[in-house]
Structures are given as C-alpha cells and as structure tokens.
Design a protein around this ligand. Structure first.
Ligand code: GDP
Length: 415
C-alpha cells in the first residue's frame, strides 16, 4: 500500500489564499508540511468566525494533521513557539516536528536584513525584515545553525560564536532558550514523512509565497529567498518525486503583489483602491497594503508550465462582486510588439503594457454566495462560470475548487 504527497502552491506573487485551500485539502491527511521560507508568509484560516494566522507552521494543521517544518525552511523560534502554544490551547494532539536539517533564524539575521535594506536604500527589495534572506545566505555559506544543532550544546555555542565573528555583529543569542524551545520538536522528519507515505498515508506539502517569487524562476531580484515551485516540496521534505500525487495551484480571481518589483496588470487609482478594500489586501505579517491588479495570463501560463499543476483552486471570487466588468491581461505589448510569453518578456516586465480581455462582472451578494455553496458547482452564477470556464480553457488546467468567502466553509468543490 503506498500513499502520496499532494503539493499546494501559489501561482502568483503570494497571498493567493493557500492557507484556506490547504485547510480544506488537509482534511484526512496524516501530515502537513511547511516546506520553504520562514515567518514571512502569513497564512490565514477562518473557522467558526475565528481568525487564525500562521507564519511558521503549515495552516493545514488546524484540521488535525501533524505539522512538519521541513529541511528547506528557515525556522523563526518566536513564531514557532507562539503557534505551537496556539495548537496546544486548541487541543490539538499532533505535536509539531521540525527537521534536524532546518535552518534557524537568529537575531543576527534580523540585524543583517535591516542593514541590507538600509544600504540598498531606494532599491530596497521590500523584505519583511525577518532575517530570512540572511539565514538562507548562511545556509549556503555552510555556516548556518540547524535545528539539529540544539542537540549538542557545545557545537551550538561554537557555531553561534563563528557567526558573530563572520558578520561582525554583536547580537547576543540566548542558546539555552533556543535549546529549551526547540529540543522537544526536533527529529528525523524525512524518515517520518517517508514512513507515512510508504504505509498508505497522505501528506500535504504546503507552499508559501508564490511561483513568481521563486528565487530562481521569479522576477529576480524582487523575489523571496527560497524556491517556491512545487519541486521544492520534494527537495525540502525528502519525499521522492515518485510519491507526488496532485499538484494544486492556487490563484486569486485577480492579482496582488507586496513589495517592489514589476507588475504588468497592476490597477491603481480608484478601482485599485476599491479592490484592495474589498479584498482586505493588507499583509498578514506586516500590515502593508498590497498592490492589486487583474489576472495576468502570460504569468499564470508560465507558473503552470513550471509546475505542471494538475488542478487549480480560484479564491476570492466574492471580492469582485459588484464590478460591472472584470478584466484579464492576455498579452503583453513591448515597444509595439505583442507577446504572450512571460519568460520572453521577463527582463522587460517593468515596461510592458498589458493587453486586456473583458468579461461580464457578477453581483451575487453574501446570501447568493451562501446559496451557491449549498447548490454546488453547476449552480454557480453564470458570469462566474463563464469567467472560470474561460480561465480553465486558457490555462488548460481543470479548476477544481472555487472559494467565495473568507470563512472556510465558503468553498464550492467541483464534483
Ligand atoms: P496565503 O498566504 O496564500 O495563505 O494567503 P493569505 O492568508 O495571506 O491571504 C488570503 C486572505 O484572503 C486571508 O485573509 C483569507 O482569509 C482570505 N481569503 C481566502 N479565500 C478567500 C475568499 O474566497 N474570499 C475572501 N473574501 N477572502 C478569502
């Protein structure tokens, strides 16, 4: 009997609603894994009117699956402790497991992050200043402190001393506190996850950020400091590629982006403000207003290509409620020449002009959405079905889930 690992990733610039989708799809799973990034990602889940925010643990763990933080993450001990306590308060039996190979973010890294952005000045990346980039940099320098190092007091002290010397920063790290906080949770995550799958269980690999922020394949340098593509789920968790089941790509019905960087389908002015307010588009972690725009088809096709997604979940359809027209960027125009290729235009993104298709909008209202959830996919309002049908055809990927409200119950799953 063999099980499988399903991967959930964002196909845009993050904040697509992966937390909610993971919460829905982790039902019945044995383990759910956060596989990249640190406490920069903020996944929100709303259950029974209660809002839960996860920065470090995978949001899907709220349904009872064992939360795992795998090797490719950088662990923020403060956020980890906070969220672990929250799970205990909520009565969750499954204890989090942190891979021994996972890197630890230290106060030194936060200090370095601040300095880096200060030196960059006007060309700042707009990072969350949580020390994530510097922690990944230390990993690559083979100087990083890994979760497993807390098992050896002397080794930990030596490594901390080395880092202080290397970066010439005098930031104290409380090694005893670090040990106390992490020791109970550190273990062999790779063997655990492979055992789950080998014995017929199901694992959900929950991505953070989005494909367009991938360190290699995104809009560098305005990217996050890890790989966000689906393949990173296997690399980080140690689950082999052959065990991957579905790859579920999450997109919003429109697009948002936090921080600097090119955004061809950005909408500014009154309409942009309207969408931002309607969608509550303010960062979960930082409270920063998110930039908003229409769907970007060339970018989505690129994201689908890199991940071979098997299904798509579209979130926040309710946010566009009441707009007479909904648009999607279908091509780019650069210097008078049109292109449908994101990859081809990537180095020119800051000066591409979007070419739009227009669609009839919808006005469903809260009661209408509740009714749509009750009646199911075939009864979704016709302009919504037309928009989703067009999107599905354009991306050549089945749309299997439509999210139409913040509450976890507000989803329409396609039968
Ligand atoms: P993630 O990082 O991809 O998990 O996304 P975030 O949690 O940063 O942002 C998604 C936000 O949208 C959260 O506040 C969710 O509660 C909310 N959300 C998710 N799906 C929907 C939806 O279908 N409609 C509305 N109105 N809000 C949603």
């Amino acid at each position: 009997m063999t099980g499988r690992a399903d991967i959930i990733i964002g196909l845009q610039w993050g904040d697509e609603g992966k937390g909610k989708v993971s919460h829905v799809l982790s039902k019945g799973a044995d383990a759910v894994v956060r596989f990249q990034g640190g406490a920069n990602a903020g996944h929100t889940v709303v259950v029974g009117g209660q809002r839960y925010k996860f920065n470090m643990l995978p949001a899907g763990c709220l349904v009872g699956a064992k939360p795992v933080v795998s090797a490719g993450c950088v662990l923020d001990p403060d956020a980890f402790e906070r969220e672990t306590k929250l799970l205990t308060q909520l009565g969750h039996a499954a204890k989090p497991l942190v891979s021994r190979a996972c890197q630890i973010i230290l106060p030194i890294h936060r200090e370095l992050d601040k300095r880096l952005e200060e030196i960059r000045g006007g060309a700042a990346i707009g990072t969350t200043l949580r020390g994530i980039g510097p922690a990944y940099a230390d990993k690559m320098l083979r100087a990083g402190v890994r979760a497993g190092d807390v098992m050896d007091e002397e080794l930990l002290a030596r490594k901390l001393q080395f880092l202080k010397q290397l970066h010439r920063v005098d930031v104290e790290v409380d090694a005893a506190l670090l040990r106390e906080r992490l020791l109970p949770y550190v273990g062999d995550a790779e063997t655990y996850l492979n055992d789950v799958v080998a014995s017929g269980g199901r694992v959900v690999l929950e991505g953070a950020q989005g494909v367009l922020l991938d360190i290699d394949h995104g809009t560098y340098p305005y990217v996050t400091s890890s790989n966000t593509v689906a393949a990173a789920g296997c690399v980080s968790s140690g689950i082999p590629l052959s065990r991957v089941g579905k790859i579920i790509g999450v997109i919003k019905a429109y697009t948002t982006r936090v921080g600097a960087g090119p955004f061809p389908s950005e909408v500014t002015g009154e309409l942009g403000e309207w969408i931002r307010e309607a969608g509550g588009e303010y960062g979960t972690t930082t409270g920063r207003p998110r930039r908003v725009g229409w769907l970007d088809i060339p970018a989505l096709k690129y994201a689908c290509m890199l991940n071979d997604v098997s299904e798509i979940a579209v979130t926040k359809l309710d946010v566009l409620d009441g707009l007479p027209k909904v648009k999607a960027c279908v091509r780019y125009r650069v210097d008078g020449v049109e292109s449908e290729s994101f990859a081809e235009s990537k180095h020119l993104l800051s000066r591409v002009e979007p070419v739009y298709d227009e669609f009839k909008g919808w006005s469903v209202g809260r009661d209408g959405w509740v009714e749509a959830v009750r009646k199911g996919w075939e009864e979704l309002p016709s302009p919504v079905r037309e928009y989703l049908g067009w999107l599905e055809k354009t991306l050549s990927v089945k749309i299997s889930l439509a999210s139409v409200g913040e509450e976890n119950s507000m989803v329409v799953v396609r039968g």
